[in-house]
Design a binder for this molecule. Structure first.
Ligand SMILES: N[C@@H](CCC(=O)N[C@@H](CS)C(=O)NCC(=O)O)C(=O)O
Length: 199
């Protein structure tokens, strides 16, 4: 049984969404990240080297970080159909999008929110504008980042688009608004958000 170390209103909601898409049985362990005592939970400490949520334990395997967890779950449970196989030509594009959230979206969001000077050429994430343009282009005619095939990459990036909308960082972007709507229409995302609200 997979254990998800989770806290409401955090990035952990996307892993609840991801696990919901797989249909796998899992349990959640609520770690209040604002409570130093709660963070001492030995299972959580073993699973999360940085003491951050989300993290999971799956038998002897522990994985922390949304993208790492997404890669692990999609490959470990291929029957869920959330990743192209390693010999599928779509795999390269999938891997690019799996690292896009931690590698590009979140640094660009942070840079913008903090009012830091962007440097499109030197920063690995480009800048906020390039990050958004690339995502829009990547979606193309969609509906998903890999075309007709929904994948774990949509969980990572779809949840990031939703966060950007919630933080007021994305207004009047028809392509990404429509993408967020498609993601929000998925029952597993609805369940994860409802659980978030209820806690
Ligand atoms: N790169 C990580 C970031 C995880 C992260 O920063 N989680 C925040 C909540 S959204 C956290 O646990 N913060 C508590 C802390 O660092 O003290 C991921 O995507 O999973």
């Amino acid at each position: 049984m997979i254990t998800l170390y989770w806290c409401p209103n955090t990035r952990a909601s996307r892993i609840m969404w991801l696990l919901g898409e797989t249909g796998l049985d899992y349990e959640t362990k609520h770690i209040d990240i604002r409570d130093a005592e709660a963070r001492k939970d030995p299972g959580f400490q073993a699973a999360s080297p940085m003491g951050k949520v989300p993290a999971i334990a799956d038998g002897d395997v522990t994985v922390a970080d949304s993208a790492a967890i997404g890669l692990y779950i999609a490959d470990r449970y291929p029957e869920a159909g959330l990743a192209p196989a390693v010999d599928d030509p779509a795999r390269g594009r999938y891997l690019f999008w799996m690292t896009y959230t931690p590698g590009c979206i979140e640094p660009a969001m942070m840079e913008t929110a903090r009012g830091l000077e962007p440097n499109r050429a030197s920063s690995g994430w480009g800048d906020f504008g390039l990050m958004i343009e690339t995502l829009e282009k990547g979606l193309g005619d969609g509906p998903w980042l890999l075309g007709e095939k929904f994948s774990a990459a949509d969980v990572l990036n779809g949840s990031s688009v939703y966060f950007m909308k919630q933080f007021g960082m994305l207004t009047g972007n028809a392509t990404l608004d429509a993408y967020a709507e498609r993601c929000l229409a998925r029952p597993a995302y609805q369940r994860a958000l409802a659980r978030n609200e209820a806690t």
